[in-house]
Design a protein around this ligand. Structure first.
Ligand code: PLP
Ligand SMILES: N[C@@H](CCOP(=O)(O)O)C(=O)O
Length: 462
């Protein structure tokens, strides 16, 4: 399997090379040159299999040139052994056709663990083989950072630097990033918002001297391995609900578009997903775009679902690549226009997007009301991101078609917002230990590329 850039101007890579490379050298995002299809009978045979077996069968065609079968089975086993639920991604029924896919049983209580635990193992295997070391730099609005730190802390051949927006993540998210004692973990609180953090990471990748000098690697969803790991739970949940013999719809609380794009890949592989519904909070640039208003950046407004407070939705570039018939030049042109504020989507591309994606938004009031109403109707306390999804799923549900909403984080990651909405304080699961009592270690940093690069160069420990 070869991997190509959405902008068409970077070298083609293997899976392992693309995984260790992060952003393509033309600024684009890597994608498999072809998306392998799984025949219907093989999809049917996934029903009832352990999560790890489904993960192997779904991902194997993408990675087989880079890892042996035994290696990859071992990687998957180690990635998910620490999850707090035997099913890894259990489905919970809310009513006749409404389901929650619980993706928060991993070590940091968010869906990011599904991919990050896996790529932690993939990186270790690849780096031990090559004897190389890398510097991981990531941007987070809260969950990617904690999951990345958990997956890479303590490794000798990796330093992990995480940029998060100062004052704009929840206390639990911040503590998950600032309390690990490992010398290779570096939490950086940036004076700016998530988009500033993400722009800084992309700028570091585009500074080739810095990039090559520190052997930069990325674990944001610019890394296709992140997206690939998330394809698996679409298969595990849909086959549990009767796929491939019937279609299933999904609603995905969306910010950087990685999670919902994984659903698109699953659909292209043959999983009968009817609709993929993008659910946004009040930072609704994606909903506006999918409603035909173009993609135009505004100010990011802090919300009670902070992990989705995003304007530049990184993986939307991958969706545009397919909507524009895999025309890298057209994508590069749109991304150039985005630098100065935004772009219009052509009629043909808009039609292609609408064939796959529907969308909706939830205001702050609606998010809080959904946390309350879900608790009342289903005795289920949900996090604000999941509540955004449930509100939109309620509007988009179709008679007779199961609608699965992705429960992307545990409510205990956002206790203040959940308690204010519901009157119930969500306690941290006991496996999180004494997170609230541990000392924090964090470096506050200006939104200045030179200062960030200098800090990173000066703090690589290996
Ligand atoms: C809890 C939570 N829900 C939803 C999202 C949005 O996911 P994506 O960025 O893949 O669209 C995020 C951030 O990634 C998140 O942390
Ligand atoms: N919501 C994310 C933002 C980064 O997204 P990623 O999927 O590209 O890593 C977060 O929690 O950090």
């Amino acid at each position: 399997m070869r991997y190509i850039s959405t902008r068409g101007q970077a070298p083609e890579l293997t899976f392992e090379e693309a995984m260790l490379t992060g952003l393509a050298r033309d600024g684009g995002l890597y994608l498999p040159a072809e998306i392998p299809a799984i025949p219907s009978d093989e999809i049917a045979a996934l029903a009832g299999q352990p999560y790890e077996e489904i993960a192997f069968r779904v991902m194997w065609p993408y990675v087989s040139g880079s890892f042996s079968e035994d290696e990859f089975r071992g990687i998957i086993a180690r990635a998910y052994e620490g999850f707090g639920h035997a099913a890894r991604a259990p489905l919970r029924q809310l009513d006749a056709n409404a389901f929650l896919l619980e993706l928060f049983h991993g070590p940091t209580l968010a869906f990011k663990d599904f991919a990050m635990q896996l790529i932690g193992q993939l990186f270790q295997t690849a780096l031990e083989r090559s004897g190389e070391r890398v510097t991981i730099v990531g941007a987070t609005s809260g969950d990617t950072g904690s999951a990345a730190i958990e997956a890479f802390r303590g490794l000798d051949n990796v330093d992990v630097f995480i940029l998060f927006p100062h004052g704009r993540v929840s206390e639990v998210q911040r503590r998950q990033m600032t309390t690990p004692e490992d010398a290779n973990v570096h939490a950086l609180a940036l004076d700016g918002d998530f988009d500033d953090c993400q722009a800084a990471v992309k700028a570091m990748f585009n500074d080739f001297e810095f990039r090559d000098g520190v052997r930069l690697a990325g674990v944001n969803s610019i890394n296709f391995a992140r997206v690939l790991a998330q394809v698996v739970y679409y298969f595990s949940s849909a086959t549990n609900l009767g796929a491939p013999h019937r279609a299933v719809d999904f609603t995905v609380p969306t910010g950087n578009f990685g999670d919902i794009f994984a659903g698109y890949i699953a659909r292209r592989m043959g999983l009968p997903i009817g609709r993929l519904v993008v659910a946004t909070n009040q930072n609704d640039i994606l909903h506006r775009c999918l409603s035909g208003q173009g993609y135009h950046k505004g100010d990011t407004i802090p919300s009670i679902s902070p992990s989705m407070d995003i304007q530049v939705s990184s993986n939307f570039e991958r969706a545009l690549y397919y909507a524009y018939d895999q025309d890298g030049r057209a994508v590069a042109q749109l991304m150039d226009e985005l630098k100065t504020g935004g772009f219009e989507v052509s009629q043909g591309a808009m039609q292609a997007l609408r064939e796959t994606y529907a969308s909706g938004r939830a205001s702050e009031t609606e998010t809080g009301a959904t946390i309350r109403s879900t608790l009342a109707s289903s005795a289920e306390l949900v996090c604000p991101h999941t509540a955004v999804g449930l509100k939109v799923a309620g509007e988009q549900a179709r008679p007779g078609v199961p609608m699965v909403t992705l429960a992307t984080a545990h409510p205990a990651k956002f206790p203040a917002a959940v308690e204010e909405a519901s009157g119930v304080f969500p306690p941290l699961p006991s496996r999180m230990g004494n997170l609230y009592e541990k000392p924090e270690r964090v470096h506050r940093i200006a939104n200045d590329l030179g200062a960030i690069e200098d800090h990173i160069r000066g703090h690589i420990h290996a």
